[in-house]
Ligand binder design. Structure first.
Ligand SMILES: Cc1cc2nc3c(=O)[nH]c(=O)nc-3n(C[C@H](O)[C@H](O)[C@H](O)COP(=O)(O)O)c2cc1C
Length: 187
């Protein structure tokens, strides 16, 4: 696929199925992430590949974190099962993590942006290979409990989960008007 075609037409896909991305498709995705813009070349990112039964572990973690952060309210069985099933919405998930380094010229916000840019690069790489992908988050993602459960250190922050798979159904690319977002400065 032409690079510009992919950049202009990438779309998120929330209905994903097997087959899962192949190892060579995943390699392309990770290579793309590693080319995100990166002030001082800190490589402020880390990626966790979650496939197969590991998705059930992630679902259990989501339910545990929800319970732990519910301030004493007991999680209903229905809500628990719902959370446990969330990672099963795609055959493959990549957790994108900002691995924040101490640097006098590169504040945390720049490193978070860089990890976000890596996520976007991976999204576009998935699309360019004909895969479906969607970037998901959710309030649990920002909790210390979720970070600990994923095995992250104090200087690592979860940026998002990229769900990957084969496209089951796809929406239309919206028509956006450049002029709505761009103006000359000074006007
Ligand atoms: C940081 C971030 C977090 C997101 N979290 C969610 C989410 O939890 N659930 C969801 O359905 N979409 C989420 N989205 C939005 C989708 O990934 C997607 O961008 C949106 O549905 C628009 O679709 P499009 O990418 O095809 O334009 C998130 C996007 C970003 C950038």
């Amino acid at each position: 696929m032409e690079a510009l075609y992919a950049l202009h037409n990438r779309i998120s896909v929330n209905l994903l199925d097997y087959p899962a991305p192949t190892s060579s498709q995943l390699e392309n995705i990770f290579r793309s992430g590693l080319r995100a813009c990166d002030h001082k070349n800190l490589r402020p990112w880390k990626f966790l590949l979650i496939e197969g039964d590991a998705r059930n572990r992630l679902g259990d973690l989501m339910a545990q974190v929800k319970q732990a952060t519910s301030q004493g309210t007991e999680l209903s069985e229905e809500d628990k099962v719902k959370l446990q099933k969330k990672p099963l919405r795609a055959p493959t998930i990549i957790a994108v993590i900002a691995d924040i380094k101490q640097h006098e010229k590169v504040p945390e916000i720049e490193q978070l942006l860089s990890a976000g840019a890596a996520a976007q690069m991976m999204m576009t790489s998935a699309f360019a290979q004909g895969l479906g992908a969607i970037w998901r988050s959710g309030s649990l993602m920002f909790t210390r409990e979720m970070h600990t459960g994923l095995g992250l250190t104090d200087h690592q922050k979860l940026v998002g989960f990229i769900y990957l798979g084969t496209v089951k159904a796809c929406k239309q690319v919206p028509e956006l008007v450049i002029e709505d977002y761009v103006e000359r400065w000074p006007s």
